[in-house]
Structure formats: C-alpha cells, structure tokens
Design a protein around this ligand. Sequence first.
Ligand SMILES: [Zn+2]
Length: 267
Amino acid sequence: MTTPARITLTVDVEDYAPAGEAVRAEHIVERLLDQLDAESIEGTFFVVGELAANHPAMVRLIAQRGHEVGLHGWHHTPLPELSHDELRSDLDRGIKMLQDLTGQRVSGFRAPTFSLVPESHWATDLLSEAGFEYSSSVLPAKSPLWGDPGAPRHPFRWPSGLIELPCPVVSFGSIANPYLGGAYLRVLPYALVRYGLAQAAGDELLWLYCHPYDFDPNEPFRHRDELGTIGSRVMWIGRSRMQTKVTKVLQGRSGGCLRDRIAELHV
Ligand SMILES: [Zn+2]
C-alpha cells in the first residue's frame, strides 16, 4: 500500500466585518490555534497586511504557537488590480511588518483570491525581489473569481526563481475543480473530497486552505456585492461542519508548514 500524500493546513487570515463592526477573525484564529495544538498540527497562516497591522497580537500568537506566517496582500486586492508600484510597496511593507512581529523570516505569499493569472505574471518578479521564496497563488482551474486552467498542477519555478505551489485540484471528467479548501470543502460531499485525495500521488505536495470565517457559523448572513446573491450564500453555508471536515482530512496525514516542505521539492 502506498503512503498517502501529506497535507499542509493553510489559513488565509482575512475579515469582512463592515466598517464600525468588530473584527471576528482574531477570536476565531485563537480558537483554531487551540484546536491545532490539540491535534499537533503545524500550518502556514497567510495574513492580510492591513489586518496584521491592526491586530499585531494575533500575528505574534500565530508565530509563538509554532506556525509559519506569510503575507496575503496588504488590502486583499487582486493582483491584476494593482500597479507595479502599488504591489512593490505592499510587499515591502508587508514582509517587513510580519518579520518584525514574528521574528521569523517571511518566505511565503498567497495572492488574494488566487489572482496570480496570466495578466499578473509580472508580479512574480516583484515577489522574488521582495525576498519571497515561494508563492501558493495559482488556481489551475476555472473559477468564478480568478483561475488559470492552463497553469501547471504541480510545483514549478517562475523565471525569477520563485517556487509556485498551485492549489490542489481534482478532475471530474474533463473539468478540474478545487476540493481542498474554503467553500469547496464546506459545500462538497465528503465522498468527493475523499475521491480527490485518493487521486493524489503519495509524493504530491497537497495543501488545504481555509479562512477564519469558514469556521464561523455565528456570523450573520451578509450580502457581498462582489459575490452576488448565490456567491454570498455559498460563502455562508456549511460553516458549522468545517472544523470536523478539516480534522477528518488532516487526520494522520498532516504535513509541516509550506516553508519546510519546499525544502523537499526538486523543482
Ligand atoms: Zn483571501
């Protein structure tokens, strides 16, 4: 019997509380950290720069509890909507702030909403210049937001030397679909998730992604204009089952943080 592929837990730390309402992410992150301690799981947390600046104690706590901290953009703006100068400045201030807060080298970047697509490939040069070693920002599938169905499905290097760890996808017929994270993991029947995991080779670098709100069934429903009616609903359902699903997926196959796992790659 082959060894199943190990899976790294990644968390995109962001919050959508409207102006004037309390941020919910900090409390949920604390609860998640307790759960991860209990299950001896070490993961990678990509934090939105603006949120980290307003909640420095949360970032320090993530690092103190033994997890890797990476950057998830400054304002959570998709890469194609930024100019070169805006991204350069966001990366420089983001990496400096996270390194000052954690005392760790910051190696990883995740583009907001997997927005590293052909029209934003220029960003990979800036990521290398800023000091990032790897990115996990490409979704090699069609998506209602950003996706690049033509992108490689396995780790590769950009011309700048930056390592890319694409989002794991599974093929259902001719259609590639993400299955290990966020709304997909919340909404898909577990049998499909299990099918996806069974398709992965034992040496594949798999990672699961989630957000604090994925674990927050108590957040009141909000309509988000950028997602429309159905999208807003999808963002809201299945949250009460998320922790159980994540625990089930990672049980016995949790990998270390992404920073450690890229050292094992031959790309
Ligand atoms: Zn995000």
